[in-house]
Design a protein around this ligand. Structure first.
Ligand code: HEC
Ligand code: HEC
Length: 310
């Protein structure tokens, strides 16, 4: 009898923990659509930042950065050190490896064959037989064609990531998540984004939806998850994660990991299926929004404090 009671208690405990771990989502998953205009149902600020004209008008009308979902920094502060990283990336693109080849050998002197490509990433790769991010494609080509070991989250990989993204500057983000492996990745990414986890029991959505996107969090400003992926990778001087050697470039993979660490979640591995799925979700949430590369981390700009009267 005693044993049965113990077993019963144990099962109840397991069931409770299971319910907490498996089913504790931040509310709102069902309201998400894979397009930047989906923001209308969340912050309702989309009309203020839907293109650069709208951003300019909003600023002229004296709106605060948070009412523009912090997109003012993405459009209006483009001439800065990020340009230097594009130049460095271009240099790596042309650098000859021991077999006499460079990326440019196969993809065009100015990368012309890859223009617009980044705006369509991540995508399903038949070769890798899974959905991959740009950094993974770079790593595959570097290894196969140049015998270089440039995995995700290393210096040359991140520089190339910045350069390839720059080749899509001004293009509309356009990834199709309506069927197949991309749909699966999108739904997985969405669920991970809304799932509470980690030491603080936060979900990504805890900070990137709702009231926290209308205010300042210890001087930092989380935006809603719509549109931001169109501006990645970014230049993020001088903020580094432990062990970083990525020229202060934050690819979207790196940003996701950074937020996981910041909010005491278990940080994922860049290029892994899990972080790739989150990237698919974020990029699809920027569908229809123009890429703006290179841009910088907005906390590096102090102009907003003055502008917003803080
Ligand atoms: C010897 C030729 C060769 C070299 C050198 C090469 N690639 Fe590739 N690359 C390919 C081929 C072939 C594919 C298509 C097959 C695949 O996905 O791997 C490809 C695919 C790509 C794609 C995806 C394009 C698409 O349309 O989907 C990107 C991006 C890319 N390479 C970047 C690079 C970068 C960056 C480098 C330098 C590190 C590089 N490649 C070096 C041959 C090359
Ligand atoms: C505790 C609050 C918090 C949580 C939880 C959180 N973030 Fe963030 N996030 C922020 C803040 C604050 C910023 C902006 C400031 C910064 O980067 O320092 C940010 C920035 C971002 C950006 C960049 C936005 C831009 O325009 O540059 C992305 C993308 C992002 N987070 C994704 C995520 C993902 C994915 C998760 C879940 C793994 C997550 N965040 C969890 C607070 C959070």
């Amino acid at each position: 009898m005693n044993r049965l009671l113990q077993l019963g208690l144990l099962l109840t405990l397991v069931a409770t923990v299971h319910a907490q771990v498996q089913h504790d989502f931040w509310p709102g998953r069902e309201r998400v659509i894979p397009h930047v205009s989906g923001d209308e149902m969340w912050s309702g600020t989309y009309k203020n930042w839907k293109d650069s004209e709208a951003v300019k008008k909003s600023m002229a009308a004296g709106m605060m950065s948070r009412d523009i979902n912090f997109k003012d920094f993405r459009w209006l502060e483009k001439s800065f050190d990020g340009e230097l990283k594009v130049d460095m990336g271009r240099e790596v693109f042309h650098r000859k490896s021991s077999n006499g080849r460079s990326c440019a050998t196969c993809h065009g002197e100015n990368g012309e064959k890859l223009k617009g490509w980044y705006a369509t990433q991540p995508r399903f790769s038949a070769k890798a037989n899974r959905v991959i991010v740009a950094a993974t494609q770079i790593s595959i080509c570097a290894k196969e064609h140049l015998s270089e070991d440039w995995p995700e989250n290393t210096r040359n990989n991140s520089l190339l990531d910045m350069y390839l993204a720059y080749l899509s500057d001004g293009r509309d983000v356009d990834i199709d998540v309506t069927s197949g492996p991309m749909k699966e990745a999108y739904e997985k990414g969405r669920d991970l984004f809304f799932k509470r986890t980690g030491h603080f029991h936060f979900a990504c959505a805890s900070c990137h939806t709702g009231v926290t996107t209308q205010s300042y969090l210890r001087g930092q400003r989380p935006s809603t998850f719509f549109g931001d992926a169109a501006h990645y990778p970014i230049y993020h001087f001088p903020y580094r994660l432990p062990g970083d050697d990525v020229e202060d470039i934050f690819t979207l993979q790196h940003q996701i990991k950074s937020c996981q660490m910041l909010s005491r979640m278990l940080p994922g591995v860049e290029g892994s299926r899990t972080l790739t799925a989150i990237e698919v979700f974020l990029k699809a949430s920027a569908n229809g929004y123009k890429m703006s590369i290179p841009t910088q981390e907005y906390n590096m700009s102090t102009g907003y404090l003055l502008r917003d009267g803080l």
